[in-house]
Design a protein around this ligand. Structure first.
Ligand code: PSV
Ligand code: MN
Length: 428
């Protein structure tokens, strides 16, 4: 089933096809002069996919308020419909990452809905940063690292439930992010708290099927404002090492102090075989969950520069999961997620056209200026036509956002989806 009518899509593309062909040919000529085949880059972009977070299609919020959007999804099935639109128009988001218990539903019903849209399920996300309606013990003072064994056991059991549901859905990974930490110096014993966390994740690890991976996600602060148990990539690396070969680190681009060199963290995790995946949101101050590349597209490109470098080396254990993780307050989430998926593709395409032989030589000869210019040359290249042509080849939209607006999808679904009451806060 396709949510956007195919005749609308075709006529939207027909209006833009001639200009696209001209732009593609002209870019092809310029790349050819640099010894790069535009069709090879297009094929790689076309095969590339990034997972959409189920929670991203709803309107987020801040700690202060949540302003509901028109036609917001009512449940996971509406969310999957919205994810279907994103994939239909961009061809870049073949999978969805679920968050349990928010998305809890019968596995067969979930599969049926996903099949309708030709999408699959990426990593499962557990949630022990909130109390759930049916949970006996509170997570107010933590979950996997809680001082009380009963709370830890409840959090472990929830993660195992996520694995069990995911296994039925064809997912192959569990992502754990916890809010555990402390708000006051002295509130917790760092060492004992971390040991309790390690013991808990090891129990979850033992329940992991052989062909699954376990991702742990670090985050510097929030909701704990003095210390977080999994605060940085070093701690995350220790966790993955302690657990074993199926455990990897997940890097959310918003979870570091401002100005931290994230691309170098990525390189380190690649070098030691522990890079599990990404949440490609952007950030200016803290965990802002802003749209991908809306603040610092060069940083995203530099991350992809490391990824392409590793891809070319064909390293074993190198198969990072690519996911988005955003919260939208002032935009239509479908538009924001489409924009982000395309930004991730753009960074990938730009990293693919880096002249790696030249770069290696400049590095060897300590030619800092030309090494940096080599990266800049790729970053400055407008690869839009490659992305658009890859979409057209797959019968997706040359201009997804314009086509989405022309389709009136949001207004159509708004008729079936009543507005949700405002008031509560809702950032994730
Ligand atoms: C909370 O900071 C967060 O944004 C983490 O990045 C998780 O990935 C996400 O929520 C979903 O749990
Ligand atoms: Mn995240």
């Amino acid at each position: 089933m396709t949510a956007i009518k195919t005749d609308l899509l075709s006529s939207a593309n027909a209006k833009r096809q001639q200009d696209l062909q001209t732009d593609y040919d002209s870019l092809g000529e310029r790349l050819d002069r640099r010894g790069i085949s535009i069709d090879t880059i297009k094929a790689k972009v076309s095969a590339y996919g990034v997972a959409v977070p189920s929670w991203g299609v709803g309107t987020g919020g801040t700690r202060f308020a949540r302003f509901p959007g028109e036609g917001e999804p009512r449940d996971i099935f509406d969310k999957l419909d919205d994810c279907g639109v994103i994939h239909q128009l961009t061809g870049a988001t073949p999978s969805v990452s679920l968050h349990i218990p928010w998305d809890n539903a019968d596995a067969n019903d979930l599969l049926t809905k996903a099949n309708e849209h030709g999408i699959t399920f990426d990593a499962m996300n557990s949630n022990t940063f909130q109390n759930q309606i049916d949970t006996k013990h509170s997570y107010k003072y933590g979950s996997l690292s809680h001082t009380e064994v009963a709370v830890r056991e409840q959090a472990i059991a929830h993660n195992i439930d996520c694995i069990e549901l995911g296994a039925k859905l064809g997912s192959k990974a569990l992502t754990i992010w916890v809010g555990d930490g402390s708000n006051f110096p002295g509130q917790t014993n760092f060492t004992q708290q971390f040991q309790r966390y390690l013991d808990s994740v090891k129990s979850i690890y033992t329940a992991l099927p052989d062909d699954w991976r376990l991702f742990t996600e670090h985050k510097m602060f929030e909701p704990a404002f003095y210390s977080s148990v999994v605060q940085d990539w070093g701690t995350n690396y220790l966790i993955a090492k302690e657990m074993g070969p199926k455990a990897y680190c997940l890097v959310d681009l918003g979870h570091h102090a401002p100005n931290v060199n994230i691309e170098m963290i990525v390189a380190r995790l690649i070098q030691f075989g522990k890079l599990g995946g990404f949440h490609f949101n952007d950030s200016k101050y803290g965990d802002d969950d802003l749209d991908t590349a809306s603040i610092d597209p060069y940083r995203l490109f530099l991350v992809f520069n490391e990824l392409v470098d590793a891809e070319l080396q064909q390293l074993s254990h190198f198969n990072p999961a690519h996911m988005l993780d955003q919260s939208h307050n002032v935009t239509d989430p479908i538009e924001s997620l489409m924009s982000s998926a395309m930004e991730v593709q753009r960074a990938y395409a730009q990293a693919l056209i880096v002249d790696r032989a030249a770069l290696a030589e400049y590095q060897q000869n300590n030619d800092a200026l030309l090494a940096s210019q080599t990266l800049k040359q790729a970053f400055r290249t407008d690869v839009d036509a490659i992305l658009a042509m890859a979409r057209l080849d797959k019968n997706c939209a040359i201009d997804p956002i314009a086509t989405y607006r022309e389709s009136g999808y949001r207004q159509i679904v708004a008729k079936e989806r009543p507005a949700v009451a405002a008031g509560s806060s809702g950032i994730v």
